[in-house]
Design a protein around this ligand. Structure first.
Ligand code: PMP
Length: 401
């Protein structure tokens, strides 16, 4: 019985709990048949709408051919997906590691970095989410998420994230301190989201030029740059991949979530094959269910739809629309709006206000999440119709006033 499960008891009362029974496009239904407009996409997963039929059909077609891959071998759909994701990325990123999700892929990327550089130190940023295993938590999870779980993994240290309000002088100070950390040439890798925090829900933006500066300095000292695009990837921020905003090519890029639009579990690290090479012998990168053929079929179709429909353009346009529409409510309850594309944060006066707005919207049929204390994080399916978008925004507006 779900009612007796630990997860259920943990969430009940603390958050609005939605026992999902059906979903389609930008709508979801609970077990009593109540319908909600969804402004979460399952947290940046169903970017192309819940239960996208084209993706499901591709998955079923593959299931009728072959469902499982080999540890030492491949299925044609795995080869096809690897070629497609590599072609979508900047030149030089030409090798993929097969994972089942974001956390696993992040952990793999750290192993690859240590194996390649023969260095131990890894730098992350405070407050960024990279997953729930020990190395991914060590990268920067907030105190409350880690204190009972320590010791985490040694030599993985988070530093302060230079957010957009830091100012020019603050950013210069960040760059100087960051360079000093790298100057000993003993840091294997820096792990970061590409200029916007999506994971813990803060939707904080980095100071402009952040990723470019991090790229420049990591390259100077032989430190690898690992960019986590688990939340930002697949059109969410107004580009197919958020590294495109500053035209930065990392050494490794990590995807999950929107990669298969929620149709199957899959994650990946894509990087330079030269970097991956030592890991094949020095770090075992095996994942039995990583890149199953059915997951690859779903991921391939997902990528093809983004490219065919230029979904990122919809994210850019609708993101601007949402921000403009909601700006008029900035006042007592809503303090500011920030974000990129359709990854939008509504910073409320305090956590209590954010919680009240979420509760009221929920009762009224709008599914939204409070990502972090006082921040409501909007991530609607990018393909949401104008009608449903307006309907959802009208509900939200009632409680922002
Ligand atoms: N990185 C980011 C930015 C994420 O948002 C998440 C998931 N919230 C992860 C990594 C971990 O991915 P997963 O839940 O698939 O392990």
């Amino acid at each position: 019985m779900i009612e007796n499960s630990i997860v259920y008891r943990d969430f009940k009362g603390k958050y609005e709990y939605l026992p999902l029974s059906k979903s389609a496009g930008a709508e979801i239904w609970d077990k009593n048949g109540k319908r909600y407009i969804d402004f979460t996409s399952g947290w940046n997963v169903t970017n192309l709408g819940w239960n996208n039929k084209e993706i499901t059909d591709a998955l079923i077609a593959q299931a009728n051919k072959n469902v499982q891959g080999l540890l030492w071998g491949s299925d044609p759909i795995q080869e096809e997906y690897a070629a497609a994701i590599i072609a979508a990325l900047p030149k030089g990123l030409d090798a993929c590691a097969k994972a089942t999700g974001g956390t696993e892929a992040i952990e793999m990327s750290i192993k690859i970095a240590r194996a390649y550089t023969d260095r131990k130190k890894i730098i992350g940023f405070d407050g960024l989410y990279h997953g729930q295993l020990f190395a991914s938590l060590a990268l920067g999870a907030p105190g409350h998420a880690r204190e009972k779980l320590t010791p985490l993994v040694p030599e993985i240290t988070p530093i302060a994230f230079p957010h957009e309000d830091i100012g020019e002088e603050g950013f210069e100070k960040f760059a100087t301190e960051f360079e000093a950390l790298l100057a000993n040439k003993d840091v294997a890798a820096v792990v970061t989201e590409p200029g916007i925090i999506t994971g813990w829900g803060s939707t904080l933006l980095a100071y402009p030029g952040f990723l470019t500066k991090v790229r420049e300095l990591t390259a100077k000292y032989g430190t690898l740059l690992i960019v986590d695009e688990v939340g930002t990837g697949f059109s969410r921020t107004g580009k197919l991949f958020a590294i495109e905003h500053e035209g930065v090519t990392p050494d490794m890029i990590v995807f999950a979530k929107g990669i298969s639009n929620g149709a199957a579990a899959i994650g990946t690290v894509v990087g330079r094959s030269e970097i991956f090479e030592p890991a094949f012998t020095d770090a075992v990168l095996i994942s039995t269910f990583g890149w199953t053929p059915v997951a690859c079929a779903a991921a391939l179709k997902t990528l093809q739809i983004h490219q065919r429909d230029k979904t990122w353009e919809m994210a850019e346009k609708k993101g601007t629309y949402i921000t403009e529409k909601l700006s008029q409510y900035i006042g007592d309850k809503l303090v500011s709006i920030r974000g990129k594309g359709m990854e939008i944060g509504l910073r409320c006066k305090d956590a209590e206000t954010a919680g009240k707005i979420q509760k009221a919207a929920f009762a009224d049929g709008l599914h939204i999440v409070v990502g972090s204390a006082n921040n409501i994080q909007l991530m609607p399916p990018i393909t949401i119709s104008q009608k449903l978008l307006d309907e959802g925004l009208a509900i939200l507006a009632k409680y922002l006033k």
